[in-house]
Design a protein around this ligand. Structure first.
Ligand SMILES: Cc1cc2nc3c(=O)[nH]c(=O)nc-3n(C[C@H](O)[C@H](O)[C@H](O)COP(=O)(O)OP(=O)(O)OC[C@H]3O[C@@H](n4cnc5c(N)ncnc54)[C@H](O)[C@@H]3O)c2cc1C
Length: 429
């Protein structure tokens, strides 16, 4: 779906290569894109006829188990990060698929299986090393360039190329997780039960709701394969001996068609979806935040969920309660802290001939849910949707982001992203 042809791709081996590439692009007026894990839906990790800084060679990971921190180079994937920290029985919150890049996910916020327990990925970010638009190399943290540090915790790749991230780690080793699926005919009941249950559940429990089609994979019973279902994918990261009690209300609500909840190493849960979504798919997604899930919104979900056009298309509702609510709306650019759900509707298929089919479904579904939403979306799950949507995503934080952009990238060199337009400082005479 993304078919961009850059003039040059620089496979940077170190920070000096990143500096040279930024300087070269600026000096030659080249369009400049930065590629981390390459998972951007609208293809913002590449650009036509310009220069791509490809960070995929930057893969160093260093763990300090005593301080419980990890430094991750800018080109790592979530799977590499999880595998390295798991050796120490530690983890930092990230996304639900191991092939996603640490870079783009973190810079946009980062939701996943540990969000309710330990917050967004950016809530665990301690420091970044960056190459700025003028080629300068800086570190940003609570104590150094605090304004820049605020901006990168959700403001995307707008402020420079991050060559290394430092995160706080938590004791996460074996989790109890996996899916429970119910027939799609039960969707109204499941959604009504889910909205009340998850918002008041202990924060060690995460569970995102999904409409999906059971894949033709050996771990699923043959009679379920190809069936549209509604489900919840769980992750309990508290003491495993408490898991049965925590999951008792789930099992008491209604016996699932399939109950896959079991103890597993955290990286196993993190990579359990990987095989379903190989690279190269047609992929169109639209997102919104929701403060509540009304019965009217649920009716729209049920109508569109039943119409999923292809086996890989889905709708996910990620809970962003628990620890995500501990952080104030203006503490990071991630403005919708008090919403309870981040919704993403994904029209997905391998066949380019189905591009319009999956796109139309996602757009129609979104249009009917949007009036029920909190107004803006998670930037990491948006397409190229224009300035109004970017402003809506950041809400009251947009103007501060624009002012910081004006200071660090006044020429908007870094604009192949969900772009924040630089605000120019007022000129006093
Ligand atoms: C299959 C799949 C699953 C996903 N699951 C989740 C999930 O569970 N939770 C979640 O929060 N999000 C999820 N996402 C969304 C994901 O966070 C975004 O697509 C994110 O932008 C991907 O980052 P990337 O580095 O892989 O992508 P890229 O396409 O390489 O980059 C995306 C953007 O980030 C910028 N960027 C990347 N790295 C850097 C860097 N080091 N310095 C400066 N700018 C940089 C790029 O310039 C670009 O604008 C998922 C996406 C996919 C496709």
């Amino acid at each position: 779906m993304i078919d961009k042809r850059p003039a040059v791709i620089v496979r940077c081996a170190d920070v000096a290569d990143v500096v040279s590439s930024v300087d070269f692009a600026r000096a030659n007026d080249l369009e400049l894109a930065v590629r981390g894990g390459g998972h951007s839906g609208p293809g913002l990790g590449s650009v036509d006829a310009g220069l791509v800084i490809d960070l995929s060679q930057l893969r160093d990971i260093r763990i300090d188990p005593d301080r419980r921190t990890v430094r991750v180079a800018g080109g790592c994937t979530l799977g590499e990060l999880d595998r390295a920290t798991h050796e120490f029985g530690l983890a930092t919150p990230s996304g639900i698929m191991s092939t996603t890049g640490v870079g783009g996910l973190t810079l946009g916020g980062g939701t996943g299986h540990l969000s309710r327990h330990y917050g967004l990925t950016v809530d665990n970010l301690l420091r970044v090393d960056m190459v700025l638009a003028d080629g300068a190399v800086v570190s940003a943290s609570a104590g150094e360039h605090p304004d820049l540090f605020w901006a990168v915790r959700g403001g995307g790749g707008n402020f420079g190329v991050v060559t290394s991230f430092e995160f706080r780690l938590h004791p996460v080793d074996t989790v109890v997780g996996g899916p429970t699926f119910w027939p799609i005919e039960r969707a109204t009941d499941v959604l009504r039960w889910y909205r009340d249950f998850i918002t008041s559940a202990p924060r060690e429990l995460n569970g995102f709701f999904a409409f999906m089609t059971i894949p033709p994979a050996p771990m699923f019973p043959p009679e379920l394969r190809g069936q549209k279902v509604c489900g919840i994918i769980w992750c309990y990261s508290g003491p495993t001996e408490h898991a049965d009690a925590v999951f008792a209300p789930v099992r008491a609500f209604a016996a699932p068609t399939l109950d896959g909840i079991q103890p597993m190493p955290y990286p196993a849960l993190q990579s359990s979806f990987d095989a379903l979504v190989p690279a190269g798919l047609q992929w169109y997604w639209k997102a919104d935040f929701f403060a509540e899930l009304s019965d009217d919104a649920i009716a729209q979900h049920v109508a569109h969920g039943n119409e999923m056009p292809t086996p890989l298309s889905s709708m996910h509702l990620y809970p962003i309660s628990g620890a995500v609510h501990d952080v104030a709306a203006d503490e990071t650019p991630w403005a919708f802290r008090q919403a309870d759900f981040a919704q993403v509707i994904g029209g997905v298929d391998p066949d380019p001939a189905n591009r319009a089919l999956v796109t139309d479904w996602a757009k129609d579904y979104w249009a009917d849910l949007h009036p029920h939403s909190a107004g803006g979306a998670y930037v990491n799950m948006m397409m190229d949707e224009g300035q109004d949507r970017i402003r809506a995503a950041y809400g009251a934080n947009y103007d501060r982001l624009a002012a910081i952009k004006g200071e660090y990238d006044p020429g908007n060199l870094f604009h192949i992203n969900q772009n924040i337009r630089p605000a120019m400082p007022a000129v006093h005479t």
